[in-house]
Design a protein around this ligand. Structure first.
Ligand code: NI
Length: 181
């Protein structure tokens, strides 16, 4: 397993419509293992394959992240079965470090996908889980959470990002070596 580089906002791969996975090859297995390690290293609650530079329809969500108890679920070629209601919650994204904004998501979602072994499953999520799943699903279509903000808010966020980049805050957001001091 290896920690892969997380693509940051501005990287074209984050805007791609990702391709479905045909067969779960050793390369795909390795990608999934690396995604887990990369997500843990960056202390994220979810990660989609394009965020490590591979535009395929794979995402992982830590369904236990809100409870401090890891419970990883792998989704290959996920599809919405249903979406219900509406909720507002704060989101961030490993590809957009240090930016957190409130936005609307479905209150409840039902997803169908293949698991790591290629077996079909369905899962329902509410509140935190609905938000996390919806966020990762977006990544597979090249959509980022800030795309859901109003034009005005999005402009403010874009200016914040420019400043973070200018100030060097995005130079190495997930350093591999432990820094001392
Ligand atoms: Ni994200």
């Amino acid at each position: 397993m290896a920690i892969r580089k997380i693509e940051l906002y501005g990287s074209p791969v984050l805007r791609e419509k990702c391709a479905p996975v045909g067969e779960i090859t050793p390369d795909i297995q390795a990608l999934m293992d690396d995604m887990v390690e990369t997500m843990r290293h960056a202390k994220g609650a979810g990660l989609a394959a394009p965020q490590v530079g591979v535009p395929v329809r794979i995402m992982i969500v830590d369904l236990g992240a809100h409870a401090g108890k890891e419970h990883l679920v792998f989704f290959i070629n996920p599809e919405f079965v249903s979406k219900e209601g509406e909720m507002t919650g704060e989101e961030g994204c490993l590809s957009i470090p240090l930016i957190y904004e409130k936005l609307k998501r479905p209150a409840k979602v039902k997803i169908r996908a293949l698991d790591r072994q290629g077996k079909s499953f369905e899962i329902e999520g509410e509140e935190f889980l609905s938000k996390a799943i919806s966020h990762e699903m977006d990544h597979l279509d090249g959509v980022l959470f800030i795309d859901h903000l109003s034009a005005l808010k999005r402009d403010i966020v874009k200016r914040k990002i420019k400043k973070l980049i200018r100030d060097g805050e995005w130079d190495d957001p997930y350093p591999l070596a432990t820094r001392e001091g």
